[in-house]
Design a protein around this ligand. Structure first.
Ligand code: T46
Length: 136
């Protein structure tokens, strides 16, 4: 089974232009508590490199493109994000690395929780230990 769970958005609007709507507990499978944007990312540097204990998110590339690798401690998969009508659902306990940002990339993130640094697992070995249910 793929690590990538996709969320589809409808293109609404009319002759004036497009409109894309994302609602709590509809297209977005949780109540949105926070929205943040990753933008002006250095195309030569990677972001992320962590997992979360509780946080669930939907990532939508609303401009340009980037790539994301997801890792559940057993499998790794990479996907290009370049379609604002498609979100990637990233649940807790998934390691993520985001890279290859185009200059115009804007990655919008809809999050289920407020910002909390204690929710981050920033060490890959610790992530693997937690996933394997061992503290050794
Ligand atoms: C994720 C990926 C996709 C805040 O103060 N508030 C916030 O809401 C966020 C997200 C970050 N920050 C601070 C924490 C750091 O001092 O902003 C700084 C950069 O954050 P970070 O290094 O975590 O950024 P990324 O791009 O590596 O990761 C972010 C999210 O933190 C993370 O949850 O999944 O985007």
């Amino acid at each position: 089974m793929s690590l990538f769970e996709l969320v589809k958005f409808n293109s609404l609007g009319d002759v004036r232009g497009e409109l894309v709507s994302m609602e709590n507990n509809k297209e977005i499978p949780f109540e949105i508590k926070r929205v943040y944007l990753l933008m002006k990312s250095n195309p030569n540097l990677k972001r992320g490199f962590h997992a979360h204990l509780k946080l669930r998110q939907v990532l939508v590339c609303i401009s340009g493109s980037c790539k994301i690798t997801l890792d559940n401690g057993k499998n790794r998969e990479t996907r290009v994000l370049n379609n604002y009508l498609e979100g990637i659902k990233v649940d807790h306990f998934l390691w993520r690395e985001i890279f290859d940002f185009s200059n115009d990339c804007i990655l919008m993130v809809l999050a289920s929780e407020l910002y909390d640094e204690t929710d981050y697992i920033r060490d890959y070995n610790e992530f693997k230990r937690i996933i394997n249910g061992s503290n050794s």
